[in-house]
Write a protein that binds this ligand. Structure first.
Ligand SMILES: [Zn+2]
Length: 397
């Protein structure tokens, strides 16, 4: 089992440490979105320098290119990307179910590659096999994300997610058994993924990882009875932690997380999938018992010139920054704010210099990482409520 220690508790909010084979994650923590094993516009050294503790990559994208097997041969995701710290992989479900012509069967999902149109299939088993090869410390179970928030569709998708979770758990345990048990247990190698000729049996005893861990994913959309049912089912499974998926809007999120995290066992970590673009979501998540967060929003906004400050988000391309020779955020200790002015960054964006995207991404990623770090400190120090009030009042006005 994944080792997770709680340090401070205050209602559902907690601080703690997730101990992964690649190091500790002090929670709550914002995890960098490294979809294709890279955080857009940032190097792994820059991610370390700005204070990031962990990254999350996407199985769907990595299987299409460069392929899970190649990453395994490179020693796993942390080594291949040179991140070398704690890593997560998302199952790929979210991306696949967002594709235009995906076909769902009980077996899995059939879809066309967005790169070359190849017909592919992903199943709970093949997602587990791919994640096992990619070798992140923490894997997400393959879940079915309903396309609409209609109750019946959502219930059907949730029930399928539960059946698929049982298959994910079985496959994960089989793969772990091979890893731990060595050569004699290798009666069948992982099936090829996503399609193609059968691969010869593999010797997995040289797998670079000693341990890999599985999170169940809680679904149920905006329906709190389904969320509760999904949390109860996930909690009944022998998994190491939980992802809370299918959350796209902050509306109702606090109530939903309150219900779900009161059901999930306290001694296992919880990851809120894909939320964190708006700082308030990080507060709502943390105070309702979520331990880690990931979101592509902060770096995506940065590339468009939309930058966080403690007084709210600004667009640095705006003409009013042309002659502004102050730092973007004087009390920020990131590379951008320590060394450059708003006028300079404005100039870089206006002239479409690549450096604009890099510096802006450093700042935005640092901002969300640090916001969550300060949430953690304030829970530990017993002043969460005042930190939250001061932050939100200043940020949202
Ligand atoms: Zn900064």
């Amino acid at each position: 089992m994944l080792k997770y220690d709680i340090i401070t508790k205050n209602g559902l909010a907690r601080t703690g440490v997730i101990h992964t084979p690649h190091g500790d994650i002090h929670t709550p923590a914002f995890v960098g979105a490294a979809t294709r094993a890279a955080v857009k516009a940032l190097t792994m050294q820059q991610m370390r320098d700005l204070g990031s503790q962990a990254i999350l990559a996407n199985t769907y994208h990595l299987v299409l290119t460069p392929g899970a097997e190649l990453i395994r041969n490179a020693g796993g995701l942390a080594e291949f990307s040179s991140w070398r710290g704690p890593t997560f992989t998302d199952s790929g479900g979210f991306q696949i179910f967002s594709l235009p012509d995906v076909k769902i069967t009980e077996q899995g999902a059939r879809f066309k590659s967005h790169i070359n149109g190849d017909k592919l299939e992903m199943t709970p088993e093949s997602s587990m096999q791919a994640q096992w090869s990619i070798g992140a410390d923490i894997h997400m179970a393959f879940d079915h994300l309903a396309k609409s928030d209609n109750y019946d569709d959502m219930k059907e998708a949730m029930e399928r997610t539960h059946r698929w979770l049982e298959r994910c758990v079985a496959e994960h345990q089989k793969l772990l058994g091979k890893m731990v048990g060595g050569r004699n247990m290798l009666s069948e190698g992982p099936k090829t993924w996503p399609s193609g000729p059968e691969r010869p049996e593999q010797d997995c005893s040289d797998h670079p990882k000693t341990e890999q861990y599985l999170y169940a994913v809680v679904q149920g959309g905006s329906f709190n009875d389904l969320r509760a049912e999904s949390a109860r089912f996930a909690a009944s499974q022998p998994v190491d932690g939980f992802g809370i998926g299918g959350v796209f809007t902050a509306d109702g999120m606090a109530e939903m997380l309150h219900i779900v995290n009161n059901i999930l066992p306290e001694n296992k970590p919880r990851h809120l999938l894909g939320m964190g673009q708006e700082p308030i979501d990080l507060f709502v998540g943390a105070e309702n018992g979520c331990d880690t967060f990931d979101c592509v929003g902060p770096t995506r906004m940065a590339r468009n010139g939309s930058l966080y400050t403690l007084d709210g988000r600004i667009n640095i391309k705006n003409a009013k920054y042309k002659n502004d020779f102050t730092p973007l955020m004087p009390d920020c200790d990131c590379e951008l704010c320590r060394n450059y002015t708003r006028a300079y960054l404005h100039h870089l964006f206006r002239t479409d210099e690549i450096t604009a995207k890099i510096l802006a991404s450093i700042h935005n990623e640092h901002f969300v990482v640090q916001t969550v770090d300060r949430i953690r400190d304030s829970i530990d120090n017993g002043n969460y409520d005042s930190y939250k009030q001061d932050f939100l009042q200043r940020y949202y006005g």
